[in-house]
Design a protein around this ligand. Structure first.
Ligand code: 5AD
Ligand code: SF4
Length: 480
């Protein structure tokens, strides 16, 4: 495209969103079609997602836009457009991306049509951008967490640029709705209810890369879910870094529990999940709503991070060990068979053996159904990165192994508890190893495999859990 046509197209774009993005999608359709006829084949794109459910959901939006403009989506990295949606919660995630970029460079040398794009949390860090500018110039497009909705416009720019296009926003109050999205599963999906985090736990980089908390209007959330349900969705996962503070920045007077009550009313919706809950903001009202609800799943992810009040204070978590245990008691009193899961960090700066034993103790007291255990990772720019007394690697590794053993023993015991019972199961897919079996999920999030065929996918059926195999079951469908 000559420079003049490019400028005319850009100047002709509407200002309002999402109309502006639909305009660029139309332009890109032409670009893609032209390329396809020159090459004599379809153009393909691949999206690799790192990190949490929020990223997974962002990738559904990215794939929606890529499909809309004409790409076929493939799993393979050998695509014409390769995008990495990155995570930076722990250093490992960053290292993985740099490693994979080395591989992509070689692929790009063989396929000059290839475009490489990077987005997500890692791109919100200055050190990363500096490194990319210096050593990864073959990347075509880089954007962050706040402007994913702008993908079409940025791709259009990248197609017409002869150097990397960077578009990183520090923060935003903008929430752009109603862009295309392609769900990984037809029957379940995530729904953002809020973005960002204001908690500034001292180890965590999320508030710096995802910006300040902002909630979506309840009306927009309800409309989105209603339209998803019309389209075949029966289970939704409400997403936010701290769903319990939903509504705080809105003009309307609404809490997370209030939002759940409204969502419960949506006819045709069968299951509601949500994550993540910060213990300091979990209200009695929420516990009450969960216990009354017919749709909210019997599962609560409640990150504890540490069992030592001392460490919790240094982490800026704003609860104590005792406070957390009281909360768990309240939750279990109202919802006795609830499945509780958690996140735990081992080796936070200054963690002593006594502190660690407090963590072991809280794990034993709560009896989590499962726990994600992480080795503390120092994140530049967070307060904890400059704390004294970083714990030596060998000690951290030893604690990590000891904790994992306890966590796994408890999980196995908890999983066993439903053996012999009949439970509602949402069928998700044909079993990977045996195509006469299907795999489904219980309300408490555990998996069960049983005889069935593809017609069951997306349906909720009754299954007798015959045998517990550690972290999953074998069962049989019961016709009611
Ligand atoms: N090091 C290790 N784990 C971390 N998490 C967040 N930041 C760090 C870090 N710097 C963990 C927390 C959080 C989960 C999503 O990731 O346990 O709950
Ligand atoms: Fe990070 Fe804490 Fe916010 Fe969770 S609540 S995203 S751990 S700062």
């Amino acid at each position: 495209m000559n420079n003049r046509t490019y400028i005319e197209i850009v100047n002709g774009a509407p200002i309002e969103e999402p109309a502006r993005q639909y305009y660029f999608m139309e332009q890109l359709k032409n670009v893609i079609q032209e390329k396809e006829s020159t090459l004599g084949r379809k153009l393909v794109a691949s999206v690799a997602t790192f990190g949490c459910q929020m990223n997974a959901h962002d990738s559904e939006k990215i794939i929606g836009i890529l499909r809309e403009i004409g790409y076929e989506i493939v799993e393979d990295a050998k695509a014409d457009f390769v995008l990495y949606n990155t995570c930076t919660v722990r250093e490992n995630a960053n290292l993985k991306v740099y490693g994979r970029l080395g591989h992509l460079k070689k692929l790009k040398e063989k396929n000059p049509n290839m475009m490489i794009a990077l987005c997500g949390c890692m791109m919100q860090e200055n050190v990363v951008i500096e490194k990319l500018k210096k050593s990864y110039r073959f990347v075509d497009l880089v954007f962050g967490t706040h402007n994913i909705f702008k993908l079409a416009e940025l791709m259009f720019e990248a197609f017409n640029a002869d150097k990397t296009v960077y578009d990183i926003w520090e923060d935003t109050t903008m929430i752009v709705e109603n862009l295309p999205s392609v769900r990984k599963y037809s029957f379940k999906t995530g729904v953002n209810i809020m973005y960002g985090c204001n908690n500034f736990c001292s180890y965590c980089i999320v508030p710096y890369v995802r910006g300040r908390e902002r909630s979506r209007k309840s009306e927009d959330i309800i409309k989105e879910i209603e339209s998803l349900v019309k389209d075949g969705v029966v289970e939704i996962m409400l997403l936010g870094q701290n769903v319990n503070s939903y509504g705080k920045n809105l003009d309307e007077n609404i809490t997370f529990a209030g939002l759940l009550e409204k969502i419960e009313q949506i006819e045709g919706l069968e299951r509601i999940r949500f994550m993540t809950s910060h213990p300091k903001d979990l209200s009695d009202e929420l516990i009450e709503v969960m216990s009354k609800s017919k749709k909210i799943c019997n599962h609560l992810h409640l990150p504890v991070q540490s069992g030592s009040t001392d460490i919790l204070t240094k982490m800026n978590r704003r609860y104590t060990k005792e406070g957390y245990l009281e909360l768990v008691k309240k939750i279990k009193d109202k919802n006795p068979d609830i499945s509780l899961t958690t996140d735990i960090i081992v080796g936070f700066p200054g963690e002593t053996e006594e502190d660690f034993l407090e963590t072991m103790d809280i794990v034993k007291q709560v009896e989590y159904d499962s726990a994600y255990t992480f080795i503390y990772s120092k994140r530049t720019g967070t307060p904890a990165a400059s704390y004294d007394n970083q714990v030596p690697d060998d000690i951290v590794k030893d604690r990590f192994d000891r904790l994992l053993k306890v966590v796994q023993d408890i999980s196995a015991k908890r999983a066993n508890m439903l053996e012999g019972t009949v439970q509602d199961v949402l069928v998700e897919e044909i079993n990977d190893h045996d195509d006469e079996l299907v795999t489904g999920r219980l309300s408490n999030n555990l998996l069960v495999h049983f005889k069935g065929d593809k017609d069951l996918i997306g349906k909720i059926v009754s299954v007798k859990l015959n045998e517990c195999k550690g972290f999953y079951y074998f069962g049989e469908m019961i016709n009611e």
